[in-house]
Design a protein. Structure first.
Length: 91
């Protein structure tokens, strides 16, 4: 069963790669990773675009984390949904 993981992020270029890699290292067979970027001004988008299997959406204006999570839910296709913050690691 597909698991959707929604990650709101803003200016997290220094850590988002660790977060995504921790998810991918679980080797769960049916993952959907969705990063909702809250108008970052750093290299967050560039880093996320290096991952072919990550859905990336950028808000063009500042929104609250709850807005980003709700948008991620609307975009998700997994049977199960969970949330990670952009500085969390999944082990």
């Amino acid at each position: 069963m597909k698991l959707s993981i929604i990650i709101p992020a803003k200016n997290r270029a220094h850590i988002i790669e660790q977060t995504i890699n921790s998810i991918l290292s679980t080797n769960y067979p049916e993952l959907e990773i969705i990063v909702i970027d809250n108008n970052s001004k750093d290299e967050t988008e560039k880093i996320i675009r290096n991952y072919e299997n990550v859905i990336y959406v950028k808000n063009n204006e500042d929104k609250e984390r709850s807005f980003s999570r709700n948008l991620g839910i609307k975009l998700s296709t997994g049977k199960f949904i969970t949330f990670l913050d952009s500085d969390d690691l999944l082990k």
